[in-house]
Design a protein around this ligand. Structure first.
Ligand SMILES: Cc1ncc(COP(=O)(O)O)c(C=O)c1O
Length: 449
């Protein structure tokens, strides 16, 4: 069977004509046309293989046969909405409950991370009867209007900040207001939220929720300092609000040692609402909100039905359960621990030879490599980072991309089957590119903020 229906140029021309151009392409100067994929590899129309270091959605590997089999079998049997009684939705919720602290015991299934966060916003407002939201600077929580409003990454480029939205500093211990060397950055950053709450109260407003990714991704692959979330939760709850952990990027074992990234903040920390998405269906649109019985009750008590046409259908739940099976059976969390540590070690060795590497941070298979033009001033090396991305793709068929407020962090969030050899290959290629960059100095003097 021919996988390609159109020549690449035809696809590109049709895309330009028919698809909204705000939907951008990776490598817009020379886009890649992918026609099939398996594991951590993507294949273009000529059969060329690309190593995928960024598809965190395809969590257990692209087109995993267990997932496609589970989807096809259920699709052949039944797919209907969740108003009928069906085993899959309850069995899947039960499996998810087993991964979470006991108090997060009620589930709402939706179709995207945005839907999950929008529902989390509704749940927190209904429960608290307050309106305002605190978010972390540079955060992204989704593409719905309600979420653009709470995503500084987006609203700063648009109409701006709503009066009910309040932005706390990004707890970045590399270049933020409290850095490595500070005696207690977790407490210090949490206190910025406390100050913000006081400011909000002084305006006669009230906090409904604090939203944060358990590891800020768009913010630049940030690892929250120890103690931060627990303290923030304490402050937010005493103001009558709830703590929402956005695990859309970070959940399902990506951090290795834990199933959820919020657990990095200690066994005694538990959010009030957890939102999940991307990796949940391995590419199938499946997302979820988990919350407490009290919050769910308040939402039910408003008397308005919550109906979601596709959310929690038998096919989605069959896929979700198959994803959980593969994570366990293939020990993908163990793999994330081992390969993630190896990747970080190799990058750390590289750092001793390349001045441009300012910071390496990460847990499991969530790793960032921050490039700087001046190590002392930590000046973001935006164009050089873009150059690394471009050359990795053009010369080595390796897909990575950048994140962070200055797009200076090369990010690694590969499918969880990423191997030791994959890690070695990508680091070796980056070494070559950085060596070459240094030798030629790239004439990038004009660059960088
Ligand atoms: C942290 C986070 N939350 C929410 C979303 C929105 O998810 P979706 O694109 O599935 O609506 C994203 C998407 O990139 C995300 O990164």
């Amino acid at each position: 069977m021919a996988l390609e229906k159109l020549r690449k140029e035809e696809t590109l021309a049709m895309r330009k004509r028919l698809i909204g151009q705000s939907l951008r392409l990776f490598y817009s100067e020379d886009p890649v046309k992918i026609v099939r994929a398996r594991g951590q590899y993507l294949f273009d129309e000529s059969g060329k293989r690309y190593l995928d270091c960024i598809s965190n959605v395809h969590h257990v590997g692209h087109c995993h046969p267990r997932i496609t089999k589970a989807a096809a079998a259920q699709m052949e049997l039944l797919n209907t909405n969740s108003r009928f009684l069906h085993d899959n939705i309850v069995l899947y919720a039960d499996r998810l409950a087993a991964t979470l602290p006991e108090r997060l015991c009620v589930f709402y299934f939706v179709n995207s991370g945005s839907e999950a966060n929008d529902l989390a916003l509704r749940l927190s407002r209904q429960y608290t009867q307050h309106e305002d939201v605190i978010v972390i600077d540079h955060a992204y929580h989704g593409h719905l209007m309600s979420l653009i409003d709470i995503s500084p990454y987006k609203f700063r480029k648009l109409a701006g900040q709503k009066e009910w939205v309040h932005v706390a500093p990004l707890p970045d211990t590399y270049r933020g207001i409290y850095q490595e060397g500070h005696p207690n950055p977790g407490q210090a950053y949490a206190d910025t939220v406390k100050d913000l709450i006081e400011e909000v109260h002084s305006k006669g407003r009230k906090i409904s929720a604090f939203f944060a990714e358990s590891l800020p991704s768009v913010g630049g692959q940030i690892i929250l300092p120890q103690g931060y979330s627990k303290k923030v939760a304490e402050y937010v709850r005493s103001a009558g609000g709830v703590f929402v952990a956005d695990e859309v990027q970070t959940g399902f074992g990506r951090v290795g040692n834990h199933f959820w990234a919020f657990q990095l903040q200690g066994e005694d920390f538990c959010p009030d609402i957890v939102t999940m998405g991307k990796p949940m269906g391995n590419g199938h649109p499946l997302a979820c909100v988990a919350t407490t019985a009290e919050i769910a009750r308040a939402f039910t008590d408003n008397g308005v039905e919550y109906f979601n046409t596709f959310g929690g259908n038998p096919v989605s739940c069959a896929i979700g359960m198959a994803v959980l099976d593969v994570i366990e059976e293939e020990d993908l969390r163990g793999n994330a621990i081992r390969v993630g540590a190896h990747l970080k070690d190799l990058l750390a060795k590289l750092q001793t030879r390349h001045e441009i590497i300012g910071d390496i941070r990460g847990v499991g298979l969530f790793v960032g490599l921050e490039l700087v033009t001046d190590k002392e001033k930590k000046t973001p090396a935006t164009e050089r980072a873009a150059w690394v991305v471009k050359r990795l793709k053009e010369e080595h068929q390796i897909c990575v991309s950048t994140d962070g407020p200055w797009e200076s962090v090369v990010k690694f969030k590969p499918p969880m089957c990423f191997s030791m050899e994959d890690a070695e290959l990508v680091v070796q290629c980056i070494d070559g590119i950085l060596t070459d960059m240094k030798a030629n100095d790239l004439k990038l003097e004009k660059e960088d903020i």
